[in-house]
Write a protein that binds this ligand. Structure first.
Ligand code: GLY
Length: 310
């Protein structure tokens, strides 16, 4: 009887899944967000969670879940990824993205693409269809063409807010990079990150989001991590890999994320992480006042937050 109970328990445990998304971190204050904008952002985060969650609930992979969740955020004009990406010093978008699978340590990434509607799908094609990990610019876009990914003119990516921001050269919260981490029913983790990078960045600048180990990392031995923030600091600290190594040493997701964020803060950088482990331990941490973020699991409906909890 005891064994039947144990078997039933492990079967149920194996059915559990979880997904976390972020839409960027920054020093936002409540007065910066109108109720309408707050509702719009919260509903986009929930939509991304529900898209990824539906895949996981049907027994789909963590890899599919993070891909589709990030696509929802890339298509939403509020976030700094895909449509709505920030403009560089030339007034153009240059987008970066990466994806990683924890079971195999396969990874794919693209940088400085200017016409790919969903850069995260192209990152996945790099991972699955080429012998490479990171492709940039024109070569990456030729790959998108080969695999029939939708390509768009630059004006598709522009939003009235981004054009105004560029004309007036004002920067509010401009690190609304997006990302997702998930663990599926089989205990496999995956991570995905996508961004337009930094507002007014130099033409050709690449941030942490497409750098495996900086903005994104996933390993079934420890967990999956997606970062947001000032990319140069996340590259210099190999931030996502660093979090993963601390998890391996036995730190909790919260301790691991805070430890790396403290290092980044000492260097002068700001941002945040979402972290998930194969055992569904997780953290959503930032060293800023806000991070757009949310979680959904087999046992919890979508829940989203913007500001740091006291
Ligand atoms: N974290 C996004 C970037 O710095 O490009």
């Amino acid at each position: 009887m005891r064994w039947i109970g144990l078997f039933a328990f492990s079967f149920l445990f194996a059915q559990e899944w979880m997904i976390i998304v972020h839409g960027g971190a920054g020093n936002l204050r409540p007065e910066h967000l109108t109720p309408t904008l707050q509702a719009t952002v919260e509903s986009a985060l929930k939509e991304a969670l529900e898209k990824g969650g539906a895949i996981l609930a049907q027994g789909g992979s963590a890899l599919d879940a993070v891909t589709e969740a990030v696509c929802v955020l890339e298509d939403h004009p509020f976030f700094n990824a895909g449509k709505g990406a920030v403009l560089n010093e030339n007034g153009e978008v240059e987008m970066d993205a990466s994806i990683m699978e924890g079971r195999t340590l396969r990874a794919g990434a693209v940088a400085s693409v200017q016409h790919v509607k969903n850069p995260i799908r192209l990152a996945r094609i790099v991972m699955e269809k080429t012998p490479h990990v990171l492709m940039v610019g024109q070569g990456a876009e030729e790959l998108a063409l080969k695999y029939n990914l939708p390509l768009k003119e630059q004006h598709y990516f522009y939003t009235p807010e981004r054009l105004k921001q560029y004309q007036q050269r004002f920067s509010s919260l401009n690190t609304e990079t997006v990302g997702a981490v998930a663990v599926d029913r089989y205990g496999n983790v995956a991570a995905a990150t996508s961004t337009g990078g930094l507002f007014l960045k130099m033409n050709g600048r690449v941030g942490d989001s497409p750098i495996i180990g900086a903005g994104t990392y996933a390993d079934n031995q420890c967990g999956a991590i997606s970062a947001t923030g000032h990319g140069e600091y996340f590259i210099r600290t190999a931030a996502a890999f660093f979090v993963c190594m601390l998890l391996k040493q036995g730190l909790s997701p919260e301790q691991a994320a805070d430890s790396v964020l403290n290092t980044i803060k000492h260097l002068g950088g700001e941002g945040g992480f979402i972290v998930i482990t194969p055992k569904k331990h997780y953290a959503m941490r930032m060293n800023t006042s806000a991070m757009f973020r949310g979680i959904m699991s087999s046992t919890t409906p979508p829940k989203v937050w913007i500001f740091k909890e006291k």
